[in-house]
Each structure stands twice: as structure tokens, then as C-alpha cells.
Ligand binder design. Sequence first.
Ligand SMILES: CC(C)(COP(=O)(O)OP(=O)(O)OC[C@H]1O[C@@H](n2cnc3c(N)ncnc32)[C@H](O)[C@@H]1OP(=O)(O)O)[C@@H](O)C(=O)NCCC(=O)NCCS
Length: 198
Amino acid sequence: MPRIRPFRPGDEPALADICLRTADEGVDATGLFEDDEIWAQIFVLPYAARHPDLAFVVETDDGRVAGYVVCAPDTREFEVWFATEWWPRFAERWPRPDEERSRQDGTLRYAYGRHAGAEPYGDAYPAHLHIDLLPELQGQGWGRRLIDTLVAALRERGVTGLHLVASSGNTGALAFYTRLGFTALPSHEGVQAFGMAL
Ligand SMILES: CC(C)(COP(=O)(O)OP(=O)(O)OC[C@H]1O[C@@H](n2cnc3c(N)ncnc32)[C@H](O)[C@@H]1OP(=O)(O)O)[C@@H](O)C(=O)NCCC(=O)NCCS
């Protein structure tokens, strides 16, 4: 039986792999960008680096990490750190595209545009999360258990609300968050945000 455990240093390659293999609206994004690593350096590794104590993984019977939830408890603080300390390290490797000619350009421009208050959801729901499971673990309650684990850890710290942003095309994820009791929030085109008061 797989089990949930706290993240530990050394899990990063597995987290990056899971992120890539679920990044295209829930399915494998391998080869979509010129460099597959872009996804993880935006959507999972900065969270595990900044808040390792709020990252949880699902470990399979044979000891592989096949799912995770990561979180920023204070979105404003996290976005400042991302913009000033995390993302500038990639400026030479992945320069800011002048225009959006491809999906990769759009994702890089999003990363360069991140700053405190860029998204409104953090005001009412200060924390935000990212969750991904490999197909072998999906549909068996691990997503629900990971969110329960994270919510308990956030409540213990006195965090008052949690949000996330999903692609509107990721219908499975939209059904999942609704089922778990998140409220759909007014969102930009192409995405759907959800919030939950803690
Ligand atoms: C989305 C995801 C995290 C959900 O986790 P999961 O373990 O598959 O979901 P669970 O088995 O815990 O389901 C919890 C509830 O949501 C519902 N649900 C989950 N996926 C669903 C789907 N695709 N369609 C309809 N309902 C769904 C389940 O029926 C379940 O309801 P119940 O507990 O009342 O029976 C997981 O499927 C996943 O990682 N998908 C690929 C990556 C992804 O899309 N990540 C989210 C990006 S925003």
C-alpha cells in the first residue's frame, strides 16, 4: 500500500518528473517545450525549496515517489521570493521572450511576470498549492488524502485560506476540487481558480 510522507531532500528529481508527466492539463508534457525542465522550475521545485515542511509526497510500495502536494502558505511573500531570488537564476538559460510565439514563450512570460499581487486570490485565501499524481496513483483517493494532509498542516499554522489555479481544460482537476469543497472563483480566460476558507 502506498503511503504519504513528508518531502525530504533527494525527492526533487521525482517531483520534477511527476510535474512534467502531468503538466499538459493533467497529462504528459514531455517534448512540448524545448527544455522539459522549465515546468518543474516554475511549478514545483521552488515550493519544495522554500517550504519543504509543507510539501508531502506519496511513496509507492517499491519506494518510488509518484505524487506530491506543494504549497506557499503566504502567496505574496512567496511571489516576492520567486521574483527576486528563485527565477533570476534562469535568466541566461531561459531569457524573457519578447513576444508570445509559442506555449513555451507564454509560460516563460508568466514566470517573468510573477510578483506579489499579480493574482488577486491571495488576498482572501493567502496560501496556494500545486498537486500532481502519476496516472498509476490517480482515482484512488490519494489526491484527497494529500489535500487533507496539507490542510491540517496549514490549519496548525493558523493559515486562514487556500487557493489554486487550474487550466480550464483540465476537466478532471476541476471536478476534483469541486468535489473536495473548494469554491470556484472569478478567473481569467483559460484558467479556473478555486478557494477554500480554512
Ligand atoms: C487531479 C488529481 C490531483 C486528483 O487526485 P486523485 O487522487 O485522482 O483524486 P481522488 O481519487 O482523491 O478523488 C477525490 C474525489 O474527487 C473526485 N474526482 C477525482 N478525479 C475526478 C475526475 N477526473 N472526474 C470526476 N471526479 C473526480 C473523485 O470522484 C473523488 O470523489 P469521492 O472522494 O467523493 O469519491 C489527480 O488525478 C492528478 O494528479 N491528475 C493529473 C495532474 C493534475 O491534473 N493536477 C492538478 C493540476 S491543477
